[in-house]
Design a protein around this ligand. Sequence first.
Ligand SMILES: Cc1cc2nc3c(=O)[nH]c(=O)nc-3n(C[C@H](O)[C@H](O)[C@H](O)COP(=O)(O)O)c2cc1C
Length: 392
Amino acid sequence: MMGNTFGRMFRITTCGESYSGAFRKHLPVPPELYGGLMVIVDGVPPGIKLAAEMIQEELDKRRPGQSKLDSPRKEKDRVYIFSGVMEDDMTTGAPVGMLIPNVDIEDDQIEKHRSYKDLIRPGQAAYTYYKKYGDYADWLGAGRASGRETAARVAGGAVAKAVLDRMGIDVIAFVTEIHGIKAGPITYEMAKMNYRKNELNCPDLEKAEEMIRDLLKVKAEGDSVGGVIEVIARGVPAGIGEPVFDKLDAIIAHAIMSIGAVKGIEFGEGFGHAALKGSESNDTPYYDSASGRIRFRTNRAGGILGGISTGEDIRIRIAVKPTPTIPLPQETVNVATLENVTNSFRTRNDPSICPRIYPVCEAMTRIAILDAIYMAKGYEGVAQIGSKWKKL
Ligand SMILES: Cc1cc2nc3c(=O)[nH]c(=O)nc-3n(C[C@H](O)[C@H](O)[C@H](O)COP(=O)(O)O)c2cc1C
């Protein structure tokens, strides 16, 4: 398997699977060391406060088993920082390594997954993993295709958050649509005020009630639903991003599209631009004497023009598909016998991925933006060296 690193200068490398450790329970080590997820964060500046509680706060947002809307799996998602920080939890500039042990890896769950081992789970990565990795494919809880993989990303994203906080850059994500039920327009202020006020983290508190009722009804039917996540990044200065292959929107899209179950992304007006005239799509610039900078009267561009940030909010919409594993009977194939069969997959599932994916969207957006800042500032720094080199 390749491609387990994201970022060019600020980088995360992750490993670990849904049930890693499940077959090492006999080892003479503490249960926390049977297996789990790990992340190494490269490019962390020295002198950043990074206490385990700061990482834990982010991880707790996506931890399963917290409400009737998510998977009943009981994972503590306890994070251990094991490198890169010194006294008073300050980073040294060395790579930050973190470990998140799997604790809910009981034998009854393993046996349940073993019974589905040869059945292609519709909508899941089971078939493509089987084609690529053959008999060695990890069949336990979807392996690295599991939502559990995203815990390591969230831990990495928490490090990016600590750095971005210092720069005054805030990234917030929330649910705006579930199963076609849409929230009203959400401003940054509204998202901040109502952040995590309900189990869905939908800042439109009234619509959220309707969404939750629908979600519970669909869950009772043994089905699942998709939805839309919105992300706002405020405080990104103008000039971040490269103009060609490494456009800021392309880098963020890479980060977001690498999350399981994400099927689409748009920036600002996104697909809506297709139906507009130029005069309707263009954002009008003006000089804002209060801030002393050029601003835009609207933000249909979503804060990015020509791959480079404008200084306005970066606004992203993300389409999330319904959870593929559902208890409703579905037609499938047994790859061992090549029989067409019907099966109900009764594993521990999220009836919708939306209430648990928004912290992952925050994490990946932060990592992508911070990496783009490193690139922009690195370039700027080199461009300014000139004859001053001797003084450095
Ligand atoms: C936070 C999170 C939780 C998820 N939970 C589940 C789940 O409970 N059951 C499931 O079948 N898929 C779940 N998924 C989705 C699968 O990971 C994803 O659909 C699968 O890997 C196939 O990838 P694709 O949908 O991007 O093609 C989850 C994804 C995320 C990000």
